[in-house]
Design a protein around this ligand. Structure first.
Ligand code: F0G
Length: 424
């Protein structure tokens, strides 16, 4: 007996339905973004008590994405899954981080603990599994460094050739090393991320090369698992806020979608508020928010320590706008120094995060200072990548003329007296 599909693909603006097997991710009627839509009633009917399922299933294949398979891609057969045991990342509580942010509890959901050291693995296990399912012969993405690392790893695992378009000399050394090592065709283009994004859209337009940027709605489904897993780790109790860095705006869109579905399915009893934080050097989403989203704006993104979110024209703008509006959300902005100080505080509490995650943490602190987040509230900050992907930022910060929390290594003669002297 064949069962009818639970998921369909629909334009977020005009509602036109598209084949789930399509490799074209702009609406063929109006050009807007597509989203995977699950028939939640059918989902409940077919799978019954999801909470019990998720609680009992420690984690499918060790994956904190496929543990929630029924909510991710319910029509994808388990045999088609390409996984690297992504997800199941830590949710850390540290008094020092609570004190830094200034609210009752500020937990860090550390997505840097994924196999390629960023949250992108969650979306990519879904995206590459689907690509394989629809028999894509080649996959491609544009990236500020993390999407490309993840795509290259999963494409290699699925034995599908991958092409990555990177802005030349605008990604960290570690991020560049990853897709090279995984065997993807790496093209370092003499432009910025937005230039790479424009080109990858053209490159994949015909559908012959399968696009794996977050415009691909199947990736969003995997990325949803961050929020699902975080509230699961909290015993299905939602925090007052989720705070998340925003670049291309796929992640905040995914977070909102997952939380809304959890609510509709009855797994959580209320919705949290969402705060998206941008870095001052690349703040188009913040500018639009300040203008009540009257108009989509693009900027030329400037150099920043938060290089992974150096994006001037976020592709998932429309989805993210709807999420911010639907979750009584806010958008904040912080500068590089605030992001680095936040990162240094978090690192020194034993949770080593990247500068882009520092943006979110600094934003959370600012929102508490501004009275937007209450001092008595609980928040979850999404740390999107590991500090180890951005070691130059840490080395620079901890040098002599670095930041206020710098911890500079001392060079000494190899003598015990010198060591005692240094230790005081
Ligand atoms: N943090 C990190 C570490 C990222 O790599 C990204 C995006 C973001 C935050 C922002 O997430 O784009 O969904 O709003 N990196 C993409 C890339 C653009 O190519 O790796 P977003």
């Amino acid at each position: 007996m064949t069962t009818s599909p639970i998921s369909s693909l629909r334009c977020i603006a005009c509602g036109t339905q598209h084949e789930v097997t399509t490799a074209r991710f702009a609406c063929q009627s109006c050009g807007d973004l597509l989203a995977v839509e699950h028939d939640l009633d059918a989902l409940k009917q077919r799978f019954g008590d999801l909470k019990q399922r998720f609680d009992q299933r420690a984690s499918a294949f060790g994956s904190g994405v496929w543990r929630y398979h029924e909510m991710i891609l319910p029509d994808l057969p388990a045999a088609s899954i390409v996984t690297l045991n992504e997800g199941s990342t830590g949710l850390y509580s540290r008094p020092a981080i609570d004190a830094f942010v200034g609210c009752k509890r500020a937990q860090i959901k550390h997505e840097g603990e994924n196999p390629t050291l960023s949250f992108k693995d969650r979306g990519m296990t879904a995206g590459v599994s689907w690509a394989k399912h629809v028999k894509a012969r080649r996959v491609a993405c544009a990236s500020t460094g993390d999407t490309s690392a993840a795509m290259a790893a999963y494409a290699a695992s699925a034995d599908v050739p991958g092409v990555v378009l990177l802005p030349h000399e605008k990604v960290s050394l570690e991020q560049l090393a990853q897709p090279i090592s995984y065997g993807a065709r790496v093209l370092a283009l003499q432009t910025d991320f937005d230039g790479c994004m424009r080109l990858v859209k053209q490159l994949t337009e015909s559908g012959e090369i399968y696009l794996l940027n977050s415009m691909n709605p199947f990736r969003i489904e995997g990325q949803k698992a961050i929020g699902i897993e975080a509230v699961h780790q909290r015993g299905w109790k939602v925090p007052d806020w989720f705070v998340i860095p925003v670049g291309n705006a796929g992640n905040i869109s995914a977070l909102g979608k997952g939380l809304r579905e959890l609510h509709a399915l009855g797994l959580i009893d209320r919705l949290p508020r969402l705060a998206g934080i941008q870095v001052a050097a690349a703040d188009p989403f913040y500018r639009a928010y300040k203008n009540d989203f009257a108009q989509r704006q693009a900027v030329v993104a400037q150099p920043t320590v938060a290089s992974a979110i150096r994006i001037g024209d976020p592709v998932s703008y429309d989805k993210a706008r709807k999420v911010v509006q639907g979750f009584d959300g806010v958008v904040g902005v912080v500068d590089d120094q605030a992001a680095l100080d936040a990162k240094a505080s978090c690192d020194a509490a034993g949770v080593h995060i990247c500068p882009n995650s520092g943006v979110a943490l600094a934003g959370a602190r600012q929102l508490v200072k501004d009275g937007v987040i209450g001092k008595d509230q609980e928040i979850v900050v999404i740390a999107t990548a590991h500090g180890a992907k951005f070691s130059q930022a840490a080395i620079d910060y901890h040098s002599h003329d670095g930041g206020p929390l710098h911890n500079t290594p001392r060079v000494l003669p190899a003598e015990l007296t010198a060591i005692h002297g240094a230790l005081g």
